[in-house]
Ligand binder design. Structure first.
Ligand SMILES: C[S@@+](CC[C@H](N)C(=O)[O-])C[C@H]1O[C@@H](n2cnc3c(N)ncnc32)[C@H](O)[C@@H]1O
Length: 252
């Protein structure tokens, strides 16, 4: 059985390698999106217009959905992006919250934080901060965020309930949880879960959707629900169905 450390090491190794890919425009198919070869088809894609950001930022999407549309961000809000990767969602969020708002991206892979920070500075964006850290222990104080967003990351964490508890802790009262993530219908086997390549490609770390929603409720969230699901491509060989989902919840 894989330990927490094994999982973190496998995930970090994959995303460090991807972060070091060229900053030139990479077509989505080659960028090794979390969603494999067909990001838009599997996850509903982005409903927002990606021409808002430079091509090389839009092309470096490793997600499985569109947390920006789910979150319905308002000017002045404070947003925390769990597993911010190259910064695409953080930059889109920054446009929506404006100068009076702030976006904080958290990622445990130093190469991702470096890439996102370079990209932010190149674009001259001043309302985004990137912090190195594990989303199972978010490096932020209590009750600071209006919204938690995340795109295809929580499935990668070995302790999802810790992530939910941390998201609850940093949200203000009334704050929103609005994420795109991978979930299953049914349970994967221990042997499938031990496959660290498939885990770091956002497949075998995923948990059953009802377990996911119950864990959100157990840490205190209300109105936890799945608002959309789609089949995740090329995952037919597993013992559980693997799906991309849009999930929302609220801190009372
Ligand atoms: C599939 S990529 C998604 C990146 C970004 N959200 C996007 O949509 O392009 C997963 C990202 O989450 C980060 N990550 C995975 N597990 C993490 C954890 N436990 N804590 C912090 N970051 C994590 C990885 O380093 C990687 O940058």
């Amino acid at each position: 059985m894989s330990t927490r450390q094994d999982i973190h090491a496998a995930v970090q190794a994959r995303y460090a390698r991807l972060a070091e890919q060229t900053m030139d425009v990479i077509p989505l198919q080659q960028a090794e999106s979390c969603c494999g070869d067909d990001t838009n088809a599997c996850c509903g894609g982005y409903l927002v217009d990606l021409s808002e950001v430079p091509d090389e930022v839009a092309a470096f999407s490793l997600g499985c959905g569109d947390p920006i549309s789910i979150a319905e961000l308002q000017p002045g809000e404070i947003v925390v992006d769990l597993g911010s990767g190259g910064g695409l969602d953080a930059f889109l969020a920054a446009k929506r919250v404006g100068d009076k708002g702030l976006v904080v991206g958290i990622d445990m892979t130093p190469q991702m934080i470096e890439r996102a920070t370079r990209s932010r500075d190149k674009q001259g964006i001043t309302n985004v901060d990137f912090k190195l850290g594990n989303i199972e222990a978010i490096p932020l104080p209590n009750n600071v965020a209006d919204v938690i967003i995340s795109n295809c990351v929580i499935n990668l964490a070995p302790d999802k309930k810790a992530v939910f508890a941390e998201a609850f802790r940093v949200l203000k009262s009334g704050g929103r949880f609005a994420v795109a993530d991978i979930v299953t219908r049914g349970e994967l086997t221990d042997a499938e879960r031990a496959n660290m390549d498939a885990w770091s490609e956002c497949m075998t770390g995923a948990i059953d959707v009802d377990v996911y929603l119950n864990q959100l409720r157990e840490v205190g969230f209300v109105d936890a629900q799945v608002t959309h699901v789609a089949e995740y491509p090329m995952t037919g060989g597993f013992s559980a169905q693997i799906l991309s989902a849009r999930i929302t919840a609220r801190k009372p």
